[in-house]
Ligand binder design. Structure first.
Ligand code: SF4
Length: 363
């Protein structure tokens, strides 16, 4: 286990769950607390100099009572890909300086949902109730899909389920290289193991505690050899001076590591953020040079670079990718039809267009 967990807080009703026992056995040195005193701990955490950093050492085990599967929260102003999110917990032991969780999580600890029998029952029921359409499901809206997998073992169980479905695919998205527990399961073409990647300078300076790029790519290579489709997400692309060469080198490194045919899709998303993030991140990390005055407010209320800058970035990255793989399935995250056309030359006008474009990579 790579990430240090110092405290485990267990909700009373989560104490008897099988996964709770397994996690406790895997973390024998952590202090364990059961019951409702977490509210006090949470208040005290808020008084510490950097609650967000300290919260990454605190694990909370809970039983989830709400919906396990929900649509990815897009916005009508941009084209969305129709992904559904399977809720497995929230929080992340890594600490990227640009991470939106710094704004979204009001309780900055790591939370794992331990009632996995309920999770699997809800997932099966969801797929069965909406059969007749393809589901693309991803784990972790407010979490990395694999960061806590050495503790939970959940990803392997999910791969087994999806390998036996013809109406759904699973995307596991990570900045770790924790893939080895999945390699002896045949995903039967239904699972995309995706790696968030960035330029080497951004990876080094901004993705604290994430696996170095070369380790992510080595993990991608092992996953492809085991039969997994691969995804790569360039998100957030941060166009600092020299970005053209830096991102081209990452593209080259990807195609040195893996065969173009093993790649299901590659997404591109230029840095965008809710305005509060700048203040919170700079409070934690000091001045960050990419939060500057050129950002404008986008249709979703987020700060975005001007559209001509974004188009130019997407064009150049797409060119680098297509040099290695002319038919690469490249897509944009939360952009307008105009940006799609001008940067990729693709007519993607509506959510359904994008959904079919991505579904074709799996079916
Ligand atoms: S890996 Fe993802 S979820 Fe984790 S800190 Fe980085 S951006 Fe946030």
């Amino acid at each position: 286990m790579k990430f240090a967990i110092e405290e485990i807080w267990i909700d009373e009703d989560a104490e008897g769950e099988r996964l709770t026992g397994e996690i406790l056995a895997r973390l024998p040195r952590a202090k364990v607390f059961v019951g409702d005193r977490f509210l006090v701990r949470s208040r005290n955490l808020g008084l510490e100099p950097d609650p967000f950093r300290q919260g990454k050492r605190i694990l909370k085990l809970v039983k989830h009572r709400g919906a396990f599967v929900k649509p990815c929260p897009g916005t009508p102003a941009y084209v969305c890909c129709g992904l559904e999110i399977l809720h497995i917990g929230q929080g992340c032991p890594m600490d990227c300086r640009y991470c939106a969780l710094q704004v979204y999580l009001n309780r900055p600890v790591l939370e794992v949902l331990v009632n996995t029998e309920d999770l699997f029952a809800a997932l099966r029921a969801h797929l069965d109730a909406h059969s007749g359409r393809m589901h693309r499901i991803c784990t972790g809206e407010f979490a990395d899909s694999l960061a806590l997998d050495p503790l939970t073992g959940l990803a392997r169980e999910l791969v087994v389920l999806f390998a036996n479905r013809t109406d759904a695919s699973l995307e596991i998205k990570t900045k770790t290289d924790f893939v080895d527990s999945l390699l002896d399961v045949d995903p039967r073409g239904r699972v995309v193991l995706s790696f968030s990647v960035n330029s080497a300078p951004v990876t080094r300076s901004d993705e604290l505690r994430a696996a170095p790029l070369e380790r992510r790519l080595a993990a991608a290579r092992r996953a492809a050899a085991a039969g997994y489709r691969l995804g790569f997400h360039f998100d957030p692309i941060i166009p600092l001076p020299g970005w053209e060469d830096a991102y081209r080198e990452t593209v080259d490194a990807i195609y040195r590591a893996v065969d173009p045919d093993s790649v299901a899709w590659i997404s591109l998303g230029v840095l965008r953020f809710v305005p509060q993030l700048k203040e919170i991140a700079e409070d934690r990390f000091g001045p960050i040079r990419y939060y500057h005055d050129s950002f404008l407010q986008g249709l979703d209320g987020k700060s975005r670079l001007p559209v001509d800058v974004r188009i130019s970035v997407y064009r150049q990255l797409a060119e680098s990718i297509r040099r290695h793989s002319p038919n690469a399935r490249i897509y944009l995250c939360m952009e307008s039809p105009q940006v799609w056309m001008e940067s990729l030359g693709l007519a993607i006008h509506a959510d359904e267009d994008l959904a079919s474009y991505l579904d074709a990579a799996i079916t």
